[in-house]
Design a protein around this ligand. Structure first.
Ligand code: FE2
Length: 250
């Protein structure tokens, strides 16, 4: 059975809708979200409603921040989190609808297993917090430590918004270097599925991944970036940088 992994939607409804339509066109019914449905973007409520229909949605650091405090967020991310929290408490919607959203966020788990794979937002060591970045291969002890922190063969994650694979020989390959396809062939691997709503690998297109049990495939899709940018710019509490970066994919 083929499953789809989406992550880091970041309240980008235009990108999320395009991805969900593409997944549906492939007749894939099991979609796992690896966290950060919200934060940064202009449509948190709508994105949560779509995520609630998925098979599973894990907690990301932005869900954690909206539920608790955004203490280790930079100022731009923090003002987006405060605006997001206000949207989710908005009196324009009835209380029950707001309760449903907050309950949904509160019940999100930090990790899950799927067959012989572990699913997390950031890393097996610190599921909502730790970033495993491409340049971390220069610090082999870190990558070794991350691999030592989980028993599963594969780990699927998001968080860095950079799609690619770390293998247990401590190598990293970006999805584009791999031609958007990776077969573990018995190796252990940490697979970053990329970001739906705020890609940071220089490609502005929405990103998600599918897995058929033997191969991972990344998919890149055009969406109406200009529309999402204009929506962000229409909200004064959302910093200009959050719009501008969508246009650069950084
Ligand atoms: Fe994120």
């Amino acid at each position: 059975m083929v499953v789809a992994f989406v992550s880091d939607i970041h309240s980008n409804l235009e990108a999320f809708e395009v991805v969900l339509a593409d997944v549906a066109a492939r007749k894939i019914r099991e979609i796992y979200c690896l966290g950060d449905v919200i934060g940064y973007g202009p449509n948190p409520r709508e994105c949560i409603e779509l995520a609630a229909n998925l098979k599973l949605s894990l907690r990301g650091n932005h869900e954690e921040a909206v539920l608790n405090y955004a203490e280790d967020f930079n100022d731009k991310a923090k003002s987006a989190i405060e605006w997001t929290r206000n949207q989710l408490n908005s009196r324009d919607f009835d209380r029950e609808a707001n309760y449903r959203i907050w309950n949904y966020l509160d019940e999100m788990r930090e990790s899950a297993t799927l067959g012989s794979s572990l699913l997390v937002h950031g890393s097996p060591r610190q599921p909502t917090r730790e970033y495993v970045m491409p340049q971390d291969v220069k610090t082999p002890a870190k990558i070794r430590g991350v691999f030592a922190a989980f028993p599963n063969k594969l780990c699927f994650c998001g968080h860095t918004h950079i799609p690619g694979v770390f293998t247990d020989d401590l190598q990293y390959q970006a999805s584009k270097v791999l031609g958007n396809e990776f077969a573990p062939d018995g190796r252990r691997a940490i697979v970053n599925v990329g970001s739906v709503g705020q890609p940071r690998d220089g490609d502005v297109r929405a990103c998600y991944a599918t897995f058929d049990g033997s191969s991972v495939r990344w998919h890149r899709l055009d969406y109406d970036v200009a529309k999402t940018m204009a929506k962000i710019r229409s909200v004064s509490a959302l910093p200009e940088f959050l719009a501008e970066r969508l246009g650069r994919g950084r």
